[in-house]
Design a protein around this ligand. Structure first.
Ligand code: SF4
Length: 357
């Protein structure tokens, strides 16, 4: 019953627990962009007790994609005859000197798709044109891209390839929690990613850093419940990884999806916007599937990377700056005229603040 996710009586009870259990000072980080949007849309930031706050983390896949990757994708869109397929948000992210939207306006064939399997269909319908899919995202999208590549291999499709810029969350959290500038006391962990990876990959947060975490869903009550459970852990001086999303997450994750990822990808060092290179936090296509790796296939010439001037997305993604503290927020940077990806993406913190605060 969808309504039970919004039940006001339950909500009041949870808000009361949050207020009763909250320590004098605490910063809770919502790691995931979907949580950032849910928190903003439901006014949950304002419900936090005095001295406690919610900081946004690095969980917007488009936002953490490095400028170098954006430039590489733009270079691929310029390869002769290529049809470049991507999720919608990616087209508006500014690279060093262009964006996919500008490339499209200049006559390149850039198409928005909703799934990598749509890109596969486009490849089947255009056998004499190379079709490149831009693979960004966390473990929620990586298995789908793995399946698309496996299907292309099974079909013997020669004109389909992927620019793989997938990332995993635990590697980034390891770096963030070791960051001395950042003071996070507890983590709200994403339900949908955890559906795939399970609980185990987060345990080190509690064990190595003594930071409690709760995996939770995206309905208002899920988020409140997650915050209440974190406050209880802080209150009791515990640091554990708890699961408030039992309807979606099993301890071992989704073995079928994990096997698909492992079959097609191997982990590598990935560069995150704001966080820099992180060992083991990215996925690259295995040698066995090299023919489906757009970068190896086309070796495009990528322009020299320049970061957007004045944009503080890096600090926003590290949780050390709130979007409205960026000097460009609202003055220069808006969803109509985004300077950085955090204002472009529907899951970006800057866009969420712009819309709801
Ligand atoms: Fe970058 Fe704009 Fe966000 Fe500032 S408000 S950090 S310029 S995206």
């Amino acid at each position: 019953d969808q309504n039970s996710f919004k039940d006001p009586v339950l909500a009041r009870g949870l808000i009361k627990s949050i207020q009763t259990l909250a320590p004098e000072h605490a910063t809770l980080m919502e790691v995931c962009g979907t949580h950032t949007v849910a928190i903003a849309r439901n006014g949950i930031r304002d419900l936090m007790p005095e001295g406690c706050k919610l900081a946004s983390g690095p969980g917007c896949p488009v936002c953490v994609t490095a400028n170098r990757d954006i430039d590489a994708v733009i270079a691929l869109a310029r390869v002769e005859n290529v049809i470049l397929t991507t999720f919608g948000d990616m087209t508006r992210v500014p690279g060093s000197s262009s964006s996919l939207l500008k490339e499209q306006a200049a006559g390149r064939d850039v198409r928005i798709v909703y799934s990598p399997l749509d890109a596969l269909s486009i490849a089947q319908a255009n056998p004499d044109r190379p079709v490149v899919f831009v693979g960004v995202g966390f473990e929620t999208t990586t298995p789908l891209v793995a399946v698309a590549i496996k299907r292309a291999a099974a079909l013997g499709l020669k004109n389909f390839s992927v620019y793989a810029a997938h990332k995993n969350m635990p590697g980034a959290l390891d770096v963030l929690m070791g960051d001395s500038e950042l003071k996070v006391d507890a983590l709200i962990l994403p339900g949908h990613v955890s559906t795939i990876i399970g609980i185990e990959p987060y345990r080190f947060l509690a064990e190595k850093y003594g930071i409690p975490g709760v995996i939770t869903g995206f309905e208002p009550l899920d988020v409140l419940q997650g915050i209440a459970m974190l406050m209880r852990q802080l209150h009791e001086g515990r640091a554990e990884i708890e699961n408030a999303y039992a309807r979606g997450v099993m301890a071992e994750g989704n073995p079928v999806a994990l096997a698909a990822i492992d079959d097609v990808f191997e982990t590598c060092t990935a560069t995150w916007r704001g966080l820099g290179p992180i060992e083991g936090s990215g996925y690259r296509i295995r040698e066995q599937y090299a023919q489906f790796d757009a970068l190896r296939r086309f070796e495009p010439e990528i322009e020299e990377t320049r970061e957007p001037r004045g944009c503080r997305c890096g600090d926003v993604l590290r949780g050390i700056m709130a979007p409205n503290e960026c000097p460009l927020f609202r003055t220069v940077c808006s969803p109509e005229n985004p300077v950085g990806p955090c204002m472009v993406s529907s899951e970006g913190s800057c866009a969420a603040y712009y819309r709801y605060y």
